[in-house]
Design a protein around this ligand. Structure first.
Ligand code: HEC
Length: 143
């Protein structure tokens, strides 16, 4: 008979809450739960965006950009469009899983000229390079 009216429900929830004052009524506990859930999701997503653990800082990113442009560029082409090495453009990489590309960078490909880079960068730095390659790799001067 009665349609569900969210505003009225919330209102009566607050009213009950005020009546009981100290103890939260069962009727509105799901609403409080939901608000709490939203707040914690907000906090978690904030953390992921602004405090990604071990992602390289600005100075290190600059070094990595130079390394990729110079050292990797000598085989993969100055524009990373391929040469002796395969193209590293967003289009060429989009269907390849990040983990496989990160492993190729860190450990190289035995039997091919692709050398391992694990002595020169950490795993999270290789991850950053793969993410950046997939987005379109920055130029030395664009940072
Ligand atoms: C001496 C030449 C050489 C250098 C330097 C080099 N690569 Fe490579 N790389 C290759 C070759 C050749 C391949 C293809 C291997 C194969 O045939 O599977 C390759 C493959 C790759 C792949 C896999 C591409 C795909 O589509 O599967 C990635 C990613 C990659 N290189 C990244 C890098 C990065 C990043 C650097 C610099 C830190 C670098 N390479 C430096 C020669 C090189």
């Amino acid at each position: 008979m009665h349609e569900f009216d969210a505003t009225a429900a919330l209102h009566s929830c607050w009213a009950t809450g005020r009546e009981l004052f100290s103890s939260v009524s069962y009727e509105c506990s799901w609403q409080l739960f939901f608000i709490g859930l939203l707040l914690s999701l907000l906090l978690i997503s904030n953390n992921v965006v602004y405090a990604a653990p071990d992602s390289p800082d600005a100075a290190r990113r600059m070094e990595l950009i130079k390394m990729v442009r110079n050292d990797c560029g000598s085989c993969h082409g100055i524009q990373l469009t391929g040469g002796l090495g395969l193209p590293l453009t967003p289009d060429a990489l989009k269907k390849k899983p990040d983990s496989a590309l990160v492993a190729t960078i860190l450990y190289g490909r035995p039997g091919t000229p692709m050398p391992p880079w694990r002595d020169f960068m950490s795993e999270s730095e290789a991850e950053w390079i793969v993410e950046s390659l997939k987005l379109g790799f920055p130029n030395v001067n664009s940072h």
